[in-house]
Write a protein that binds this ligand. Structure first.
Ligand code: VGL
Ligand code: ZN
Length: 198
């Protein structure tokens, strides 16, 4: 039996990018097993919500053209274009009251829930996530969602850099595995950064 996560007022659950393009088999950047992870994600949302912990949802939220996309010189197929079906939270995801943080809105890469980066200039910027957590006295974050080796990883690494204690729940995530083994390498990187992988 996996150890149960403790939720209290100093802990927040961060639900990363459980959007149709990642979590639905018809999505443009479907992460294998993404839909199967939603049950575990929902369990955490219920546990956090019942305990009165903050639940934050992130959404990848891109303009139709961005250097984040292959067609514009970047890495990824077109995905999570703002105000499209692919960018919507998956219909099976439990949605409770809590802030939604959108990232990549100005055409930047928005891998971490905490920060975005312009791939052409290298300029970095912050989202509102850190402030949301600090305002509520949050010290610990539990991170779930998609993808384990991209946005979950970067969110966990930023959380650790910013001084939060991060826990990532592997059964509530799935990797893209663009290169075989990316998921496992991401877990090692998160562990090396001081996060707890469970
Ligand atoms: C993501 C690739 C590109 C993610 C976002 O949410 O993990 N992956 N943009
Ligand atoms: Zn993206």
């Amino acid at each position: 039996m996996a150890e149960q996560t403790t939720y209290d007022s100093t802990t927040a659950l961060v639900v990363v990018d459980v959007q149709n393009d990642f979590a639905h088999p018809d999505g443009n950047l479907y992460v294998s097993g993404g839909d199967a992870a939603i049950e575990a994600v929902n369990r955490e949302i219920d546990a956090a919500h019942e305990a009165g912990s903050l639940v934050v949802y992130t959404q990848d939220w891109h303009p139709p053209s961005t250097p984040h996309f292959q067609k514009d010189g970047g890495t990824w197929p077109v995905h999570c274009v703002r105000d499209t079906w692919g960018a919507e939270l998956h219909g099976a995801l439990r949605v409770v009251d809590g802030p939604v943080v959108r990232k990549g809105t100005g055409g930047e890469d928005g891998y971490s829930g905490f920060s975005v980066r312009d791939p052409s200039s290298g300029k970095e910027d912050r989202t509102e996530l850190e402030g949301l957590l600090r305002d509520r006295g949050v010290e610990n974050v539990v991170v779930v969602g998609l993808a384990q080796d991209v946005c979950v990883k970067e969110t966990v690494l930023d959380a650790q850099r910013l001084g939060f204690d991060a826990v990532v729940l592997t059964d509530a995530t799935r990797p893209v595995d663009l290169q075989p083994g990316d998921g496992d390498r991401a877990l090692s990187e998160m562990t090396a950064a001081g996060a707890t992988v469970r």
